[in-house]
Design a protein around this ligand. Sequence first.
Ligand code: FES
Length: 200
Amino acid sequence: MENEWVYTEKLKEHFMHPQNVLSDDDKTPYDGRGIVGNMKCGDQMLMAIKVDKANGTITDCRWKTYGCASAIASTSILSEMVKGMKLEEAYKVSPKDVVKQLGGLPEHKIHCSVLGDKALRSAINDYYAKNGMSDKIKTEEARIVCQCMNVTDHEIENAVLEGARTYLELQEHTKLGTVCGQCKPEAEKLLSEYINKHFA
Ligand code: FES
């Protein structure tokens, strides 16, 4: 059928046999934990890492999610990718890198793959906070782009991940720019930056 997405073998393999899932009775004292997402949307993600403190390398990465098949497969492969990585290197792994390893993901499923790396960054920050390295913590605070409608850069990024490709579609998703319109140039700039970041 036209437009039917054929899931890659790699994706199927990680969905059928997810790696490094955190079990409910796991009592391991992990060095860093991060939780992101929203239980109400059923897309919460928990990541837990163990770190070799001598050289700042991730030795184990476990996760748990209530997300969909794409979220499960992408987090499974992410947890494999970051084992053995330096914390700084793991912090920079993007959803694009993960999707590449999976051999691709349908565009409308890309947003499912961003939870894992967000939770991972949160776990790394947690490790930094617990080990006296607060100076290394990078916050990802949202910045308001549309003052009138209180729309942030994070919401613009989410709208892009959910399929917005034009300014009009961005407005449909977020209601940004519907009052004074002053935010339009900045919003259009961010729109193309995020399309480039996730889909180029
Ligand atoms: S700042 Fe966005 S509509 Fe006014």
